[in-house]
Design a protein around this ligand. Sequence first.
Ligand SMILES: [Zn+2]
Length: 198
Amino acid sequence: MNNFFWIGGALWLDAVNSEWISDGERVDGWRDAASLEAWLRQAGERFGEAEALRDVRLKGGDELLEAAKPLRAALRAACEAAHEERRVPALALAELNAALARRAVMSRLEATADGWREREVLAGQEGVLWLLARSAARSWTGGELSRLKPCANPDCILWFLDTSKNGTRRWCSMQGCGNRHKVTAHYERRKRRVGEAN
Ligand SMILES: [Zn+2]
């Protein structure tokens, strides 16, 4: 069973979040073609814009894996740049534009019970990369980078779009880093109180 993080609020961001820290070690959720395939299928279930991935089957998946990792690294570099109010590195942008140039996704018209539906399907494996890059393109042009935040835990490498009303979200999740912070703060307060009592 593959447990991935779906906390970013955008397909492209959760692609970045397919790398995380566990017990101080960096974990790659895309460690092999099978795990990438599992990630893509879950993404297809979660994001309407990625419905073409719902039952994707990677043939010769290693090739796609080798192409997907630099795209993911480019997206992470873009996150870091946006957060530090730097320009997105030219190489990262070039990586994204290369993926956007290979649009192996087509649509199919289907009759449904109450009308018609245009459904996106993969025309080739590269369409996977195109879908990830398109998600970034839509998100960035839609101004979402201004809401991009890294988790406030310095030991965590997850990113998210802060869609809270007051822009006050700090943690990748309240169950994860948010809770750890609460527990640490609690023990530190208690330690201080015990220290004062002595
Ligand atoms: Zn976190």
